[in-house]
Ligand binder design. Structure first.
Ligand SMILES: Cc1cc2nc3c(=O)[nH]c(=O)nc-3n(C[C@H](O)[C@H](O)[C@H](O)COP(=O)(O)OP(=O)(O)OC[C@H]3O[C@@H](n4cnc5c(N)ncnc54)[C@H](O)[C@@H]3O)c2cc1C
Length: 460
């Protein structure tokens, strides 16, 4: 409800408002490799968010109407039935969503209903960029510096305090269930970093806990590369991705924290990360469908292999490289993985296995609870060397990374319990240990834990 440009504009005009959400079957189909387009973690999160939204709208004297079907097919009848004058929606960036917007606009026009779209999602409004979006700098630092110097972040819109809603007799429609969406209830893992619950209420509660109760913002820069526990990073991403919390609202809360508690490098760094998020959105807007191409935004495609058996071992966390396996198992069991983990497993897939990076991006798209089309494909392009990384041939030396970020092996011990007996850093490289040591700890490589798929580059 907060910082919702279409809703606030309608409220501000004292217009009658009828909020609608369409459950579009295209979001629940399958894609590359037969993967569900929306996996059950994200679908559950969406259902929770709809429930929360309905309750919030009821509090404002309104209702959330749920329609099933393609918006361009189901909206016109609905608009006619409620005699709508205008349809307000928020503007999207990537091609599938933009195609739906265009189809909806055409259908609304035929039904005699005006449409108006609103830019939201980003910290910097697209109209306030200091360059045309088509000239967004390819290097992040340049993008950030220009935005910081020449643009201002607009204030977040407040949430309306009540809505003018004279539609009590219009059928409201049921909130979907996972079964209706063709998905199974995911098991809630007690090993995950956080139990993510969809909706604006849980999003605001998470900010309250992370910033104000646990006072973590002042140490964010030092903790953000962590792997275990709720508070090494904000965990705002699933709520940001679905629009349950706005980046401008977070920005304002950072400013308030800086005034009331502490201002330091860490408080700035959270905003810095939100600028990364903006950057990938404007890069996607600039490059269109290229972000989904094998060669990305580079002129030539390199040679990539498409080996499903190798890919599957990566997916299942059975590569024989404990740091990779721990991260992949966390993702499969919870729908979440840290930023450090994402960089490492992505690099392993593209640099060590040389597998088509789009397979990895598609798997993330399916499973991530915080899937965001621009952040996901932008980051994957970046790691795969076909995007905006100014450094050529960036390579994450997994064992070195494991040494820097999980030196005692606690993270691997958490997710790869079959190796738990191995002490300290030894757990990161069972393949380098003498047979006698492995035997002493009851580890059988090729038995209950696999041999490594590739020989790791010995940088550690
Ligand atoms: C291969 C790969 C795929 C990724 N896919 C996604 C995705 O689908 N959705 C997604 O939200 N993030 C994605 N990220 C970015 C990042 O890993 C997550 O945003 C972050 O781990 C979420 O945890 P957090 O909210 O605790 O982050 P924090 O560290 O607390 O950061 C705060 C916010 O800043 C933004 N942010 C932080 N890092 C990045 C980044 N590298 N790129 C863009 N935004 C960032 C996020 O919105 C995040 O919630 C991906 C990164 C990689 C390397």
């Amino acid at each position: 409800m907060h910082d919702h440009a279409p809703l606030f504009s309608a409220y501000d005009k004292d217009a009658e408002v009828i909020p609608v959400y369409c459950v579009d079957p295209r979001q629940f189909g399958t894609m590359r490799l037969g993967l569900p387009k929306t996996g059950s973690f994200r679908a559950k999160f969406l259902i929770e968010a709809l429930r929360d939204l309905r309750l919030r709208l009821i509090d404002l004297g309104a209702q959330l109407h749920i329609l099933y079907g393609k918006p361009e097919e189901v909206l016109p009848d609905f608009l006619r039935a409620v005699e709508a004058d205008a349809l307000y929606f928020s503007e999207e960036i990537t091609s599938e969503e933009v195609a739906v917007e265009k189809a909806v606009e055409a259908a609304a026009w035929k039904a005699g209903v005006a449409t108006e779209s609103f830019w939201q999602q980003t910290l910097f409004h697209i109209s306030d960029l200091p360059f045309p979006v088509g000239q967004t700098p390819e290097v992040f630092t340049q993008f950030r510096k220009e935005c910081e110097k020449f643009s201002k972040i607009r204030p977040a819109y407040p949430a309306p305090d009540e809505l003018y809603y004279p539609f009590p007799d219009v059928p409201k429609g049921d909130i979907p269930t996972l079964a209706v969406l063709g998905l199974e209830e995911p098991e809630v893992s007690d090993r995950g970093v956080l139990v993510f619950e969809g909706g604006e209420g849980p999003a605001l509660a998470r900010l309250q806990t992370y910033f104000w109760e646990n006072d973590c913002l002042k140490v964010y820069k030092e903790t953000r590369n962590g792997l275990l526990g709720a508070d090494y990073s904000s965990k705002f991403s699933p709520w940001l991705a679905l629009g349950c919390i706005s980046p401008r609202y977070i920005y304002e809360e950072v400013a308030r924290y800086e005034k009331e508690r502490k201002k330091n490098q860490s408080t700035y760094w959270l905003v810095f990360e939100l600028i990364w998020r903006d950057y990938f959105k404007f890069i996607a807007k600039k490059h269109g469908n290229k972000i989904f191409w094998l060669q990305g935004i580079k002129p030539n495609a390199e040679k990539w292999q498409r080996n499903e058996a190798l890919f599957q071992r990566w997916v299942e966390g059975q590569t024989g490289i404990p740091f990779v396996d721990a991260n992949m198992r966390e993702l499969a069991e919870t729908g979440f993985m840290s930023n450090r983990g994402r960089q490492n497993v992505a690099s392993f897939l593209v640099n060590d296995l040389n597998i088509d990076w789009r397979w990895g991006a598609s798997y993330f798209e399916s499973v991530l609870i915080d899937y965001d089309v621009c952040s996901n494909w932008g980051n994957w392009m970046y790691v795969a060397g076909v995007g905006n990384d100014p450094r050529e041939n960036r390579y994450f030396a997994i064992l070195k990374q494991a040494k820097n970020y999980d030196a005692k092996g606690d993270y691997v011990r958490h997710w790869v319990p079959e190796l738990a007996a191995l002490p300290g850093y030894d757990i990161q490289k069972p393949f380098d240990l003498p047979p006698g040591t492995l035997k002493k700890y009851g580890i059988s490589l090729g038995g209950h834990y696999p041999h490594p798929m590739v020989k790791m580059r010995a940088i550690y």
